[in-house]
Design a binder for this molecule. Structure first.
Ligand SMILES: *Cc1c(COP(=O)(O)O)cnc(C)c1O
Length: 501
């Protein structure tokens, strides 16, 4: 793209320098009286040189962040088929509820009697989650999916130790999200990988071969990260239990099955839910998340504090092991206060506004949309597994064979066309993965337009028109980044020009 302008701006999209580059010493957003000299008061200690803070007016600062926000891409600006992330539309009703002063303006140190509504909300959210999943207990405080994994494994370890049968290994299928082996390792377990079979599911025979009396738990994702339902899950659970192991399920993909199946009925002992994915909270870019862990009674005896209970005189927080009156030994806190209450508000608003039947329909529509993409693209891309799929569809890069192009080029080409790409190169079990999750909130027109675009890019690749793709993105504020240099030589600090060597 060689269309240049005098300013470097493109239309009303303005090039945005750093605040440090825009600022001038002495400029200020407010007029303050000249301060009294402080050198004497500080006993002669005086700043030797200017510390280089940018001087800016208030409108300059507002415009800076507003312009940056225009360069951001979000589910509110367009289709966002990032597999494994469930980037669904976040209903505005949830935001309205989360901003109610009774939720937004309270403080965790307030006396319980003044936050009864918030405690009731935590309790009611917990009840919905237990009902939807069929479990006896739920730990509400984990702050995200990965934190939920750690919490669940800690409960598993405590329960096995209480059985007098501490074990050392956790089995993780090779298609698992990277957080699974990381959480198990962090919890002090040895991690053993279980291969997938040709159908993209756990290889049951390999699993049985690996199950022995050293195995504390199996960590399985269902639906798995290939977008497939583990249809041998009952046998898998039986095998794990027969070997004395517990069965952890990564429930980040609950969006595909909520209201359709209760995970407790599948023989699972413990599972985290990603409220920010399945139950709609704006996420990505660092938070906030929430990863409650539903679990059997045996594990719930060891769940972390605090717990909300309802008594004769209202809702109470049980914050100390002695308060709980249970037989187990609860873990201490794993998170400050009660977890991410703002996300609970959104999740409960979502669940109550959709209702049980609406949640089931959301799951069905998510699966329908993913299968619509699978059917529509199966002749142009290379689906890794035979359908039907669940809420996301996995393609690999066989369709790019001999074109000289890669999954990365297709993803970057999508950016030029106004689409956020699918998840690339994950899961690792297929080559050049493109994990595509449309979610239930997209229209058929959007899905059609996306498919036409992907087909167009695939056609160009096969026709040898590779120049544009191999240079993509060409129309974004920044061109293709040198990711190797960015990883090897990260520049994390702005250096004033006069200090640059
Ligand atoms: C998102 C995800 C996680 C991790 O959840 P975070 O909230 O990002 O910590 C774990 N497993 C799967 C399958 C996921 O999709």
């Amino acid at each position: 793209m060689s269309e240049t302008t005098l300013t470097g701006n493109r239309g009303l999209q303005q090039e945005e320098p750093l605040l440090f580059e825009q600022g001038h010493p002495g400029h200020s957003g407010v007029d303050l009286p000249e301060p009294e000299p402080v050198a004497e008061r500080l006993g002669g200690v005086k700043r030797q040189r200017d510390i280089g803070l940018p001087g800016l007016s208030e409108p300059q600062v507002v415009r800076h962040y507003t312009r940056l926000s225009h360069m951001n891409y979000a589910i509110d600006s367009g289709f966002y088929p990032l597999g494994s992330c469930t980037m669904k539309y976040n209903p505005r009703l949830n935001e309205k509820m989360a901003r109610l002063p009774g939720f937004a303006d309270i403080h965790p140190f307030q006396p319980e009697s003044t936050v009864q509504g918030a405690l009731e909300l935590v309790d009611l959210t917990a009840r919905w989650l237990k009902t939807l999943t069929g479990f006896d207990g739920v730990a509400m405080s984990p702050a995200a999916g990965a934190h939920g994994e750690l919490c669940g494994l800690m409960c598993i370890r405590a329960a096995l130790e209480a059985r007098g049968d501490a074990r050392k290994t956790v089995l993780v299928p090779e298609s698992a999200h990277g957080t699974n082996p990381a959480s198990a390792h962090f919890c002090g377990y040895k991690v053993r990988s279980i291969p997938a079979n040709a159908r993209g599911r756990v290889d049951l025979e390999a699993l049985k071969g690996a199950l022995d009396d050293s195995v504390a738990a199996l960590m399985l994702t269902n639906p798995n990260t290939c977008g497939l339902f583990e249809d041998e899950i009952l046998e898998i659970a039986q095998a794990a239990h027969d070997a004395g192991a517990l069965f952890y399920c990564d429930g980040a993909n609950f969006n595909a099955i909520m209201g359709r199946v209760r995970p407790a009925d599948l023989g699972i002992d413990c599972m985290h839910l990603n409220l920010h994915k399945t139950f709609s909270t704006p996420h990505g870019g660092g938070g906030p998340g929430s990863g409650p862990v539903v679990m059997t009674q045996e594990l719930a005896n060891h769940a972390p504090l605090p717990w909300v209970t309802e008594g004769a005189d209202g809702f109470r927080l049980l914050e100390h092991a002695g308060d709980t009156g249970s037989d187990g030994a609860p873990l201490g806190r794993i998170k400050g206060f009660h977890g991410q209450v703002g996300v609970f508000v959104r999740a409960l608003a979502y669940m109550m506004s959709l209702g049980r039947d609406g949640l089931e329909q959301a799951a069905e529509d998510a699966v329908l949309n993913a299968n619509y993409l699978l059917e529509g693209l199966k002749d142009d891309l290379s689906p890794s597994y035979e359908g039907p799929c669940m809420h996301e569809v996995l393609f690999d890069d066989r369709f790019l064979k001999d074109t000289g192009l890669t999954t990365l080029d297709i993803a970057k080409g999508l950016l030029d066309e106004g689409f956020h790409p699918m998840t690339m190169y994950f899961p690792l079990v297929v080559h050049g993965a493109m994990l595509t999750e449309p979610t239930e909130t997209e229209t058929r027109e959007t899905l059609d337009q996306f498919m036409e675009t992907v087909k167009g890019l695939a056609d160009r690749a096969r026709a040898g028109e590779t120049a544009a793709l191999s240079e993509a993105p060409r129309l974004t504020p920044r061109r293709r980044l040198d990711e190797t240099s960015a990883a090897r030589n990260p520049v994390l600090r702005w250096t004033p020009p006069e200090d640059q060597a």
